[in-house]
Design a protein around this ligand. Sequence first.
Ligand SMILES: NC(=O)c1ccc[n+]([C@@H]2O[C@H](COP(=O)([O-])OP(=O)(O)OC[C@H]3O[C@@H](n4cnc5c(N)ncnc54)[C@H](O)[C@@H]3O)[C@@H](O)[C@H]2O)c1
Length: 254
Amino acid sequence: MTSRNRFESKSVIVTGAGSGIGRETALAFSREGAQVTVADINQTAAQETVSAIEAEGGAARVSVVDVANAASVELMVEGAVDAYGRIDVLHNNAYWAPLNRSAVDTTEEEWDQALAVTLKSVWLGCKYAIPHMVKDGGGAIVNTASTAAFIAGPSFAAYIAAKGGVVALTRSVAYDFGKQGIRCNGVAPGLIETPATVDVFNDPARVGPIRAHQLLGRHGQPGEIADAVLFVASEDSAYMTGQTIVLDGGRLAG
Ligand SMILES: NC(=O)c1ccc[n+]([C@@H]2O[C@H](COP(=O)([O-])OP(=O)(O)OC[C@H]3O[C@@H](n4cnc5c(N)ncnc54)[C@H](O)[C@@H]3O)[C@@H](O)[C@H]2O)c1
């Protein structure tokens, strides 16, 4: 347990919180006192995260959401306001994209779905949460980007395009709403060990080039990204907005 309490009684929404980075982030917010809306399309997975939070004595609730659907995201936001009175932090983290698809191989359906779940979702979260945050005096938005926004990898065209969009949208939201008390920042993980990356770790052609450039000689853990999410969501980064910080073991530096 942490000795810090930066989110005491704050209302925090984490999307994609049923797994991987989102689950660790939801747990980390709870350990610092937050009331967490655990939002995911997978109800069973979201309930597992809520149960883990409750087992530690924290407060959390499930929100079953399709982040690609406007009505569903609006319900997620309104449900958090109904339950906890306000929204202090929104962590847009859910994603989907097809692996092993170059720009030529990607189907129109895959492109539309990847952009909807990975990029449109970030816009929708901002669209519905910001008016509440502004009304209640401000808030922090944290978008999960990726090193893929800054450096390409093999055959991952829709994902790379969507994450580039997330970094740009983060700046746009920061620009438009800074004076109304909204900070909007991103975190860009490198290769992190989660259920999403099992196939990457099992494919030497994919993992080899990444490993060769990890200056710390290892991949990352979800908790290491959660630590950064809490930093950019907290008053510890009160003068930071429009930025995306990279946590990649040195991949982009080397
Ligand atoms: N794992 C990595 O190496 C890595 C690297 C860079 C960036 N990221 C980013 O981190 C974030 C989390 O990735 P992860 O590795 O924890 O993934 P994950 O697969 O472990 O978790 C993703 C979660 O999103 C949920 N989800 C999928 N579609 C959804 C939808 N339409 N609506 C609501 N929820 C939906 C899934 O049910 C799942 O619980 C993503 O934005 C990803 O792009 C991950």
